[in-house]
Design a protein around this ligand. Structure first.
Ligand code: GSH
Length: 225
């Protein structure tokens, strides 16, 4: 039995942790959890952490680690041996740290709103409610989501047109963290015509450790989500 146990929720942010563990070549165990029809996580995750969200990691009998970026930093502190993070104090490190906060702190919120407005348009409901649901979703997207996402995707497109990887010319854990929202955005067609983002996502998916993580844990992103 390995020290590291990943509580893995299908097609979720826990793909990030699987991918990181594979990049580092670490020994780990995996416990799998599914989702219900509304995409909510198996309630059993609440026994591991009160929020019941994935990913969660336990190391030995220590309290569970939550928040994907925090889990990744902890794994890199303990087992990284300097890999997948730039030299502390360098410009690349400052850039790395920015993206490690940006993924969940800035980009995730408008994407979640977009996911919810999409569900509001297409989800099951009585036929006479649908026009109202569509109008509400349209208004939220018009007033908030579309403009926010345009700013984020323009910013990311410009950055990735000038940099091979998010923190400069070297692949880091920030690329792993950012791949989940950007892969989802590209595959759901919401990044529009932004070739640098699309090329970077394709490059991420070519990495052997990304592919191994999908072999073990299933697809990172479900087309319907
Ligand atoms: N900011 C958290 C987000 C965690 C999160 O929302 N995880 C989703 C999976 S991608 C989840 O568990 N959803 C199921 C649910 O909320 O029931 C992180 O990066 O770990």
């Amino acid at each position: 039995m390995a020290d590291i146990l990943l509580h893995h929720l299908e097609s979720s942010r826990s793909h990030r942790i699987l991918w990181l563990l594979e990049e580092l070549g670490l020994e780990y165990d995996i416990k799998r959890y599914g989702r219900d029809k509304k995409m909510r996580a198996d309630k059993a995750l609440r026994a591991i952490h009160p929020l019941g969200k994935a990913p969660l990691v336990t190391i030995g009998d220590e309290p569970a680690l939550a928040e994907s970026a925090a889990i990744m930093e902890e794994l890199l502190d303990r087992y990284g041996e300097g890999r997948l993070r730039p030299e502390p104090g360098s410009d690349a490190y400052r850039s790395y740290r920015y993206w490690m906060f940006y993924a969940e702190g800035s980009l995730a919120a408008p994407l979640l709103v977009k996911f919810n407005t999409t569900q509001l348009r297409i989800g099951p409901m009585p036929f006479f409610v649908r026009p109202i649901a569509k109008a509400v979703a349209g208004q939220i997207d018009k007033e908030f989501t579309n403009g926010e996402l345009k700013s984020h995707f323009d910013f990311l497109e410009q950055h990735l047109a000038k940099n091979d990887y998010l923190a400069g010319d070297t692949f880091t854990a920030a690329d792993i963290l950012m791949a989940f929202p950007l892969q989802a955005s590209v595959e759901r067609g919401i990044t529009g015509d932004r070739p640098a983002i699309a090329a970077w996502v394709a490059k991420m998916k070519e990495r052997p450790a990304f592919q191994k993580a999908e072999e073990i844990g299933g697809p990172a992103i479900l087309p319907s989500r």
